[in-house]
Design a protein around this ligand. Structure first.
Ligand code: HEC
Length: 192
């Protein structure tokens, strides 16, 4: 201790920057400034602490609401939808069936169906003016590509207009996906 006291004296006549106070202690001649931390520095520190707390809360609650597995599944299904949408081939029956199991296609198809087809085919595809689309009977062909063509070209002389120019390929594909989703694949594949 006495050593330190001696050291202290060395600094007494040293010129310190204005407003700087030295701490009492001295270790091997090293002395510390006794200064308040600048306000901006403290703000950054406390700000970071508060932010980390808030971030944790938000992140933690978000993860609770939607588990990682669900997130991944959702992303995968979105990718599948994009892939399907980019690979529409109206002659590919298997692809139509794949679309009939894709929620995005089926939902989009239902919207189109509800807006255009219910007056003649019924709200539940049960038929009316037009044929039932769930009775397993397909006058114009049971293959998804045939159904697509029937809707696209219509049966004008029998009261079913051609929807091709009105709805376009993508929307007719979606409506086919919706119709298929209400039918049994193996039964339909057995038909013609
Ligand atoms: C104005 C009434 C009307 C509207 C609206 C209508 N259809 Fe039809 N649709 C018919 C009629 C009538 C037939 C039967 C034609 C025949 O006798 O061959 C038919 C036949 C069909 C068939 C063939 C069924 C089979 O057994 O092969 C499909 C598929 C079909 N419609 C789908 C649709 C879809 C999808 C929409 C909506 C985009 C739609 N229709 C809108 C009247 C309509």
């Amino acid at each position: 201790m006495s050593n330190h006291d001696e050291d202290n004296t060395k600094f007494e006549d040293e010129v310190l920057p204005e407003g700087v106070v030295l701490k009492e202690h001295s270790y091997d001649g090293i002395r510390e400034y006794d200064q308040r931390l600048p306000r901006w520095w403290l703000l950054t520190l406390y700000g970071a602490i508060i932010f980390s707390g808030l971030y944790w809360l938000v992140d933690h609650n978000y993860m609770k609401a939607q588990s990682t597995t669900e997130q991944v599944e959702q992303e995968l299904s979105e990718i599948a939808t994009i892939k399907l949408a980019n690979s529409i081939d109206v002659t590919d029956n298997a692809l139509f069936w794949e679309m009939s199991e894709n929620a995005a296609f089926v939902t989009a198809g239902k919207v189109i169906y509800d807006a255009n087809c219910t007056p003649c085919h019924g709200a539940n595809l049960e038929g009316g003016i037009g044929f039932s689309l769930v009775d397993g009977e397909w006058v114009h062909g049971a293959q998804p590509s045939s159904i697509y063509n029937t809707i696209y070209d219509g049966v004008p002389d029998k009261g079913m207009q051609a929807w091709g120019t009105l709805l376009g390929q993508k929307r007719i594909t979606e409506v086919v996906a919706y119709v298929l989703s209400k039918n049994d694949r193996s039964t339909m594949e057995a038909g013609k």
